[in-house]
Design a protein around this ligand. Structure first.
Ligand code: FNR
Length: 363
């Protein structure tokens, strides 16, 4: 009996299995954050491929929250309307459409990875923009007071909270059933969480309570507009992997997860790192799973495990052993869009879980 292929019930949403496509930026919008045929085929294929949850890439809640000018966004009704055919298709395949709501903070205004992922300075290039940061210094590889970096004022923070709220409303209109707040990987909310990047002295910096205030405000706003019968996820970095300096670690993650549970968050999606180039993660298969497991054990909140999960049996063992409630798979779903079908075939031997159009391949 496969646990990976058992239903995950969260509020009124029934996820048909415990396998999710992890959010993965495609840097393929042309222009202005609108999805293209690429997004439709990319996400659609993975829905055909048997994922229980198909999550969009980091989707910017406002234009300056994009990592690159080609990132996906949801800051207007036009964006929501353009995403709707994708959510419809995912649902038609039996999957649950999810959206990751993101703000890239001081890691924004960069070229795409295949163009070097270097900052685009607005003074030099019209494609760039001023980026938001908790502190007046940029992403660590580019130190110093960068003129294109803006230390977030209280008004900026309030604007971002409202942008998240509006983005969640539009996501609902677009047909998404799960909203995930991106608070990991060194982007805006994580930059506020970590003492390695948050050097503020106001009520958004210093103590744990102050550093977590912004993410709690965002989650509260999203939860207020996201219906009671639909789940909210939060992706966090369980640790910065910076043991040699004040930074974000698993103890703080456990404490935050417990606060998030109180705020009505249904699942914490536990990744790690991404904040600082000096990070020292162990890497390898399952390397982030112990972080998810600890949060689950110590808070009782449902967790997602991600990172280095490539084999059906490996994913099955994570769920069977009670280490996580959901397994998110990134690169293996790029290598094989039908990873979910392959896993179903190996673990559950259920040809009927294959799309009718493809069933002759397994009968
Ligand atoms: C990512 N990742 C990522 N994470 C996230 O939270 N939002 C995002 O938009 C992206 N974008 C992205 C793009 C690409 C091309 C890759 C490969 C990765 C991280 C991803 O969701 C996942 O956490 C990691 O890739 C680790 O899982 P795997 O790939 O080992 O299964």
């Amino acid at each position: 009996m496969s646990e990976l292929f058992s239903t995950l019930s969260m509020r009124e949403v029934e996820v048909p299995n415990r396998l999710a496509v992890s959010p993965m930026c495609q840097y393929s919008c042309e222009p202005d954050g609108l999805p293209t045929e690429w997004h439709r085929v990319h996400l659609g294929s993975r829905a055909v491929g048997g994922a229980g949850i198909v999550m969009t890439e980091a989707t910017a809640v406002e234009p300056r929250g994009r990592i690159t000018p080609a990132d996906l966004g949801i800051w207007s009704d036009e964006h929501a309307a353009a995403l709707e055919p994708i959510t419809e298709f995912v649902r038609e395949q039996g999957g649950v459409p999810a959206i990751q709501l993101a703000h890239a903070g001081h890691k924004a205004s960069k070229t795409r990875p295949w163009e070097g992922n270097v900052p685009i300075h607005p003074e030099e290039n019209d494609d760039g923009w001023e980026v938001l940061s908790p502190s007046p210094s940029g992403y660590p590889p580019f130190p110093g007071d960068d003129p294109s970096i803006r230390k977030a004022t209280h008004d900026d923070i309030a604007d971002v909270v409202e942008a998240y709220r509006a983005a969640a409303e539009r996501s609902l209109a677009a047909g998404f059933e799960i909203a995930e707040v991106h608070a990991a990987h060194g982007y805006l909310l994580h930059e506020f969480l970590s003492p390695a990047t948050n050097h503020r002295e106001d009520e958004y910096g210093g103590s744990f309570e102050n550093r977590t205030r912004f993410v709690r405000e965002v989650v509260t706003a999203v939860r207020e507009v996201w219906p009671d019968d639909k789940p909210v996820f939060v992706r966090i970095s369980g640790t910065d992997w910076l043991a040699d300096r004040p930074s974000w670690d698993i103890e703080q993650s456990v404490r935050l997860a417990s606060d998030l549970k109180e705020l009505g968050v249904d699942l914490v999606d536990v990744s790690s790192g991404g904040l600082h180039p000096d990070q020292n993660p162990p890497g390898g298969p399952n390397f982030q799973v112990p972080l998810a497991e600890q949060i689950r054990e110590e808070t009782g909140i449902a967790v997602g495990a991600v990172g280095g999960i490539t084999e059906p049996e490996q994913a099955e063992a994570i769920v069977q052993n009670g280490r996580a409630d959901l397994v998110l798979v990134g690169r293996e779903f790029l290598r094989d869009p039908y990873f979910g079908l392959r896993a179903a075939d190996e673990l559950a031997d259920e040809p009927e879980s294959w799309p009718i159009q493809y069933r002759r391949a397994v009968q």
